[in-house]
Design a binder for this molecule. Structure first.
Ligand SMILES: Cc1cc2nc3c(=O)[nH]c(=O)nc-3n(C[C@H](O)[C@H](O)[C@H](O)COP(=O)(O)O)c2cc1C
Length: 256
């Protein structure tokens, strides 16, 4: 009897392992071959005037030490209109949540920001004057989403005057589908809305902390904040299982 139960347990564990392995390999393939479909919104219709931006390779030899960055980390709300250079954008996005290992946990890509079960469910949208892009960390490029200046809604209406002209905004969007179909560790919490919420808020914080530290280390201003969620979700034509969470504005500090 016991032997039979052990055998059946072994076989169900084996099945679960096989299913997870298969899922991982499918998602890995999806990420490699079609990273746009894997992570970008399914709404490329409005992006016609924008072109894909292939980011230069991140340069990792600049900036202060982590300890110095920690000393300097702070929120700066007064941000100048001066645009960030493409190399800085590349470095910044890589630091935020770029790929830092081909093989991370569960045999899937590793990223600079931790995520629950290595689900990598936070999508980063970049808002600039010319339009909105989606950051594809696997190809390290910006994919066009919408040709419109959404910077005024990257922040709550009460603070729009402070942020609307800042050159560069990150919008963090959780994709629940990526949690449910995580290529990482399969656990029941991934299907529980309350647990999902705790995961995607923490995972956003992980990315935002990287951005704060990168900014501090490179003399940039950074500001994590709320944003106009309904307006952004509507303009980006997000699916119901995609949730706009927070924004983070980055630029050069305004000279006093
Ligand atoms: C979850 C969260 C939400 C925030 N929302 C806003 C916001 O909507 N507007 C704002 O001006 N600052 C916002 N902030 C920034 C905080 O006010 C700021 O981090 C705090 O005052 C501490 O300042 P420091 O970052 O310079 O240490 C937010 C920060 C966090 C962590």
């Amino acid at each position: 009897m016991i032997m039979k139960r052990m055998k059946s347990m072994r076989s169900s564990t084996h099945n679960r392992y096989e299913v997870a392995k298969e899922k991982r390999s499918m998602i890995q393939k999806r990420n490699k071959n079609n990273s746009v479909a894997a992570s970008a919104p399914e709404n490329p219709a409005d992006s016609h005037g924008l072109v894909q931006i292939v980011l230069p390779k991140p340069k990792l030899d600049s900036g202060t030490s982590v300890s110095k960055a920690l000393q300097k980390r702070k929120t700066t709300r007064e941000i100048s209109e001066r645009k960030l250079q493409l190399q800085t954008i590349s470095n910044l996005l890589w630091a935020a949540c770029g790929v830092n290992r081909k093989k991370g946990p569960f045999e899937i890509t590793g990223r600079t920001a931790a995520s629950a079960s290595n689900s990598q469910e936070i999508d980063v949208y970049v808002l600039m004057q010319e339009g909105v892009y989606h950051y594809d960390p696997f190809r390290h490029q910006l994919d066009p989403v919408l040709e419109a200046d959404l910077r005024p809604i990257a922040i709550n209406p009460g603070q729009a005057s402070l942020a609307a002209k800042a050159p560069f905004h990150l919008i963090y969007v959780a994709d629940i589908d990526k949690l449910i179909n995580s290529a990482g560790y399969q656990e029941p919490g991934l299907h529980d809305p309350e647990v999902q919420k705790s995961y995607y808020f923490v995972d956003t914080g992980m990315i935002a902390a990287n951005v704060y530290l990168f900014a501090a280390s490179h003399g940039l201003a950074a500001w994590f904040h709320n944003c106009n969620k309904p307006a952004l979700a509507a303009r980006l034509k997000l699916r119901p299982d995609q949730r706009v969470l927070f924004g983070q504005t980055v630029g050069y500090p305004k000279k006093k």
